[in-house]
Design a protein. Structure first.
Length: 181
């Protein structure tokens, strides 16, 4: 009976109704996709994937990003990032500056970070300037550790590191002054 009623009704109106419903279905989807609720671009902006430098990659030069980076290869130069993860097979020769630093591999140079973590496989030769630090049992570390409220500020960090040199210069000047007396 339902098919007979459709057949008895004029065909062009039924066909015309179907495209209109299809148009009405596509019409709302077009404004939705062109509106500001475009989810694919808003999702990556909030949490982009970290950049990964593979173990067969060697970089000579500085690396700078505002995002996250994971290094498995070798970098000879300074690194700036938001989150830096040094893989177990990685070697970095240079200064590291990041909000969060996780060292699983080898670093030769200064490490500056709000949060610095040396895992049990870490090998660090250099100074660490941090706000918070965690060193797991088994980590190898040679250098000095200094806590600062803002270790990423090089303008403030350089003078704080300079006083030992200034004190050494003052100490060198003091014996000269005492010898003259």
């Amino acid at each position: 009976m339902f098919s007979k009623s459709k057949i008895h009704e004029p065909g062009p109106k039924a066909d015309g109704d179907k495209p209109k419903s299809a148009e009405s279905a596509t019409a709302p989807s077009r404004p939705t996709s062109s509106s500001s609720d475009y989810t694919p671009s808003s999702a990556p902006r909030s949490k982009p994937a970290p950049s990964v430098l593979s173990s067969d990659l060697t970089i000579t030069g500085n690396v700078k990003t505002t995002g996250d980076i994971q290094i498995e290869g070798t970098v000879e130069g300074d690194i700036r990032a938001h989150l830096l993860t040094v893989g177990e097979s990685a070697t970095i020769k240079g200064e590291i500056m990041a909000d969060d630093v996780v060292v699983n591999g080898r670093v030769v140079g200064r490490v500056r970070g709000l949060k610095v973590r040396l895992t049990s496989t870490a090998r660090v030769e250099g100074d660490i300037i941090h706000k918070t630090i965690a060193i797991e049992s088994g980590a190898h570390f040679e250098g000095s550790v200094q806590r600062q409220d803002d270790p990423l500020q090089t303008g403030q960090g350089t003078p704080k590191l300079a006083p030992p040199a200034s004190e050494a210069a003052a100490a060198a000047a003091a014996p000269t002054g005492s010898e003259q007396k």
